[in-house]
Ligand binder design. Structure first.
Ligand code: NAP
Length: 519
């Protein structure tokens, strides 16, 4: 039996246990995992609190060494990860290898960021003793770690948004201890990575408490974690209900803390009129690839397409649903996601004016948690009349919505909730013609795409993987790319301190050669 990792030791073995489930076979896997006890949570939080000061003093070089050690450590266990993660998630081997590569790549990206150091946004306002009518004080500010961060593993990214994924990497890079709540669907994958984290921390002489990994339910262990006074911020990827529950818990604490929850998004696509036959075929096949990638279980999966009605719309809808029929049922990450998908489709199909063009029958679902593809259709008038159609249906389905005029298109844009992405398909000249629509959409999403599909999120400094509510709980943040570090840091200003005492980032002589704002 396996238990949680609490600092450099293991957790309670006496609590109730759970097993992961193989979505391809529908059978439980043999390994048992003990839920963390309340004492485990307290111990992990106390250790994190005690390690926080030491971690905050680490320089960029030391943080870089740890992040690079962990990146290499993950590469060393890739074969074990392939076996365990495939069994727990039903994901194919190439996806496991690609996600492991992305995870190591993210860790190295943050290593590079902190080794260079300018991310701390050092600002210096030199004092002027002779300024009239009052002297100007010497003020210097920079970003400092926020403190222990609770991270909730994402079901749909067992590596890249789980134990050592983007949330944890950015928190460690900022200098924060990380307490991870494992996802019940992939505990074995979490443990393999967790053990590598501990090994890497010890090799780099980081203090105990820089990391803990907790198994258990969100509503008990997750809740206790978020409510513990040692925790200063939360990172989450999952459902709107889960993210919102954690946000509300964090807001009601005696000391409220920020929650960076990435939740639900239908990632709408707007198609302008005037596509040629060839372009229509290319668009339909690109949409198919994006909507069914990873069995539609990506945060940026395009769920709704707003397209011109009439002859072109009818042709496109027929073409696209024929293509979707060719895609066979595939396993979803866990049975809860499959039932949420089926419930979502049932509720969509019961909306006034929604017609099902194709829905894979349950007969295709032979065993395990296999999901079939689905295409539904409606028009702008009915979509505008029922906000239930705006709910995320997480899986390989598309809702096609035809519009008749530019005015109708703008109304659709105006009613949209916050999104991670909005994509536009048309000619360059359409961007001028529909300028007002683009301006509206900019207020709705974190990333706008032109003639490109939203899946395949590039990990780089300029990416924004965030957006207005409900796509995230804080539209000022991104959970992918170097900008993710700002979620777990806060500005601190030093006024009147002698140069010798100041952190290197703020010293007159700029020993780290950082890019700084100096006035
Ligand atoms: P989830 O149900 O939101 O769970 C994610 C994590 O949050 C789990 O660790 C869960 O604990 C915890 N949690 C959930 N509700 C909680 C609550 N009320 N209080 C405290 N902790 C709570 O997400 P999921 O299991 O990954 O997938 C379920 C659905 O979420 C999917 O069907 C899909 O609709 C949506 N989803 C969306 C995205 C996206 O990027 N947009 C990504 C993944 C999932 P437990 O271990 O106890 O469940």
């Amino acid at each position: 039996m396996e238990s949680s990792i609490i600092g450099y030791s293991r957790g309670d073995l006496s609590a109730k246990t759970f097993q992961a489930f193989n979505p391809r076979t529908g059978k439980n896997l043999s390994a048992n995992y003990a839920h963390a006890s309340e004492d485990d949570v307290s111990r992990a939080c106390d250790l994190a609190k005690n390690s926080a000061l030491e971690l905050a003093q680490l320089d960029g070089k030391s943080k870089g060494i740890f992040l690079r050690t962990l990146a290499s450590g993950i590469e060393e266990i890739i074969d074990d990860l392939v076996v365990t993660m495939m069994a727990e998630t039903g994901l194919p081997e190439p996806r496991v290898r690609a996600e492991a590569g992305r995870t190591s790549g993210q860790l190295r990206m943050f290593a590079e960021l902190v080794e260079e150091g300018s991310w701390v946004d050092a600002r210096i306002d030199l004092g002027q003793a002779d300024r009239q009518p009052l002297p100007k004080p010497d003020l210097r500010s920079m970003l400092r770690p926020i403190g222990p961060v609770a991270v909730f593993c994402a079901s749909n990214f067992p590596l890249a948004f789980s134990v050592a994924g983007g949330d944890s990497a950015s928190a460690w890079a900022a200098g924060c201890p990380v307490l991870v709540k494992a996802h019940h669907a992939h505990p074995g994958t979490a443990l393999l990575i967790g053990q590598k984290v501990v090994e890497s921390l010890k090799a780099c002489n980081w203090p105990e408490g820089s990391f803990s990994l907790l198994f258990g339910d969100g509503r008990t262990i997750g809740k206790s974690l978020v409510e513990h006074p040692a925790i200063k911020a939360v990172g989450f990827t999952g459902s709107r209900t889960g993210g919102r529950a954690l946000f509300d818990l964090a807001s009601k604490r005696p000391e409220p803390i920020p929650v960076f929850a990435e939740m639900s998004s239908i990632n709408p696509i707007f198609v302008f009129s005037g596509m040629s036959t060839k372009q229509t075929e290319e668009f339909a096949s690109g949409l198919l690839g994006s909507a069914t990638l990873g069995v539609g279980q990506f945060c940026t999966n395009p769920g709704v397409v707003f397209h011109p009605g009439g002859e072109w719309g009818d042709h496109f809808a027929k073409l696209y649903s024929r293509m979707m029929q060719e895609i066979s049922a595939s396993p979803m990450l866990h049975d809860g996601i499959l039932s949420a998908y089926e419930n979502g489709l049932n509720s969509l199909s019961s909306c006034e004016g929604v017609k099902s063009l194709h829905r894979a029958s349950s007969k295709e679902i032979v065993e395990g948690s296999f999901a079939g593809t689905c295409v539904m259709q409606t028009n702008a008038r009915d979509f505008l009349a029922d906000e239930a159609m705006m709910e995320e249906v997480f899986g390989p389905s598309t809702l096609l919505v035809s519009y008749e005029s530019q005015e109708e298109m703008q109304k659709l844009a105006k009613v949209l909730e916050g999104q991670l992405t909005v994509s536009l398909f048309g000619k360059d000249i359409d961007l001028k013609k529909y300028g007002e629509l683009v301006a509206i959409l900019e207020t709705k999403a974190g990333r706008l795409l032109f003639n490109q599909f939203p899946t395949g999120v590039e990990v780089c400094p300029s990416i924004v993987h965030g957006g207005p509510y409900p796509s995230t709980s804080d539209s000022r943040s991104t959970s992918v790319g170097t900008g993710a570090i700002f979620r777990f840091s806060r500005p601190v200003c030093f006024q009147g301190f002698p140069n010798d005492w100041l952190p290197d980032e703020l010293k007159d002589e700029n020993p780290l050669a950082l890019r700084r704002s100096e006035g």
